[in-house]
Design a protein around this ligand. Structure first.
Ligand code: G3I
Length: 344
């Protein structure tokens, strides 16, 4: 039995993995129990999974993950109460059956806004009441910032402005209680312009009394991007507001952007790439450890290379073929060079 990742970082932060319910068994279940002390659902707790139609709830997959975390004494992150993606369309349809974003009458716009916020509150209340005894960290709002600057022009934003963010956090706090840790989560938080936009939003919300405990940094990174200086600057910036940081969706892609030259198979990946990836993992975990109390949790967005959202992305840009290999366990669950780097 090799050394455990969770044990290695026990004094610094939790080590988590994103999972689909079917991954809790067999070989993957064993890896989860040995190496991780925290779990998050890759898809099973998103609004489209939990409430596909208004008032119709689907708890099966989510409950399995909660059960596994409970049985194995693991922390549980919740992903995600509010997001612009993987949210069913019914949230944004008015009482006449039209899309709220198309409404031009100001009176009806206001009524739509209230209806949408009510639906959001009902969703949050129902979910939080069910899982509050198990979940320790909540992604309350995911990806509110636009890559091009300012706030993302999602349906949430078009219909409610920033009120949806404020109300989401207040509702989560109301039902989850004072001990729950509430996060705003986003990707590319290392990019200076985006991290400044996120900082300005969070600062305004905090000044307004909105209960935010921390920032979730997705950390979908590459071997050569972003720089370690930008990564550190982002953690430091949010720590300066007195907030916690969590690394919520870590993976290290073998490719740059766009991933238009993906390797066709695992066998085609050069050893050199795996060594470079190991150095990158080493660099990033050294930073995480150095930051110590500023980071409470580091979650990988998957377990092993046989299951990663990055495969779809690589295929999309590489003519339909290709694999990525972003984790520290390979496609057959063997430890990779990166594993030894972060253990040692
Ligand atoms: O479940 C259906 C299946 O029934 C259907 O046959 C199949 C056909 O495409 O789709 C399946 O759903 C897919 C789902 O993953 C479950 O596998 C969706 O198409 C696919 O879009 C979805 O992708 C997820 C993606 O979020 C959606 O935006 C990825 O698994 C998931 O890793 C990814 O996670 C996001 C985080 O939530 C937020 N941050 C970025 C991260 C990566 O994109």
């Amino acid at each position: 039995q090799v050394a455990s990742l969770a044990d290695r970082y026990e004094d610094s932060f939790d080590i988590g993995a994103a999972v689909e319910p079917y991954q809790l068994e067999g070989r993957q279940g064993k890896i989860l129990k040995h190496h991780y002390n925290s779990l998050v659902a890759e898809n099973a707790m998103k609004p489209i999974s939990l409430q596909p139609e208004e008032g119709v709830w689907n708890w099966e997959g989510a409950d399995k993950i909660v059960e596994f975390a409970r049985e194995n004494d693991m922390e549980l992150r919740f992903h995600t109460l509010v997001w612009h993606s993987q949210v069913p369309e019914w949230f944004f349809v008015d009482i006449e059956g039209n899309l709220m974003v198309d409404e031009e009458d100001p009176n009806k716009q206001e009524a739509n806004k209230q209806l949408l916020l009510e639906r959001m509150k009902t969703h949050i209340k129902t979910v939080v009441e069910r899982y509050k005894d198990d979940v320790t960290s909540w992604d309350v709002v995911n990806e509110a910032i636009d890559d091009g600057g300012g706030l993302r022009n999602s349906a949430w934003y078009q219909i409610t402005g920033t009120d949806y963010i404020k109300v989401a956090f207040e509702t989560a706090r109301k039902y989850a209680g004072e001990d729950a840790k509430l996060y705003i989560n986003d990707y590319n938080t290392e990019v200076p312009s985006k991290r400044d936009d996120l900082y300005n939003l969070v600062k305004d919300l905090l000044d307004d009394g909105v209960p935010i405990d921390g920032v979730g940094h997705q950390a979908h990174i590459q071997i050569g991007w972003p720089t370690i200086e930008d990564t550190k600057a982002s953690f430091d910036l949010f720590s300066s507001l007195g907030l916690d940081n969590q690394v919520t969706e870590l993976d290290v892609s073998l490719y740059g952007w766009p991933p238009d030259n993906a390797y066709e198979s695992y066998d085609a990946i050069p050893e050199e790439d795996l060594q470079d990836q190991a150095e990158r993992y080493n660099q990033i975990f050294e930073l995480y450890e150095e930051l110590g109390a500023d980071i409470s949790s580091v979650t990988f967005w998957g377990i092993a290379d046989n299951h990663t959202w990055l495969d779809n992305r690589a295929r999309q840009y590489s003519g339909g073929v290709g694999v990525d290999a972003p984790f520290v366990f390979d496609h057959e669950y063997r430890v990779k060079p990166a594993f030894w780097k972060i253990i040692d």
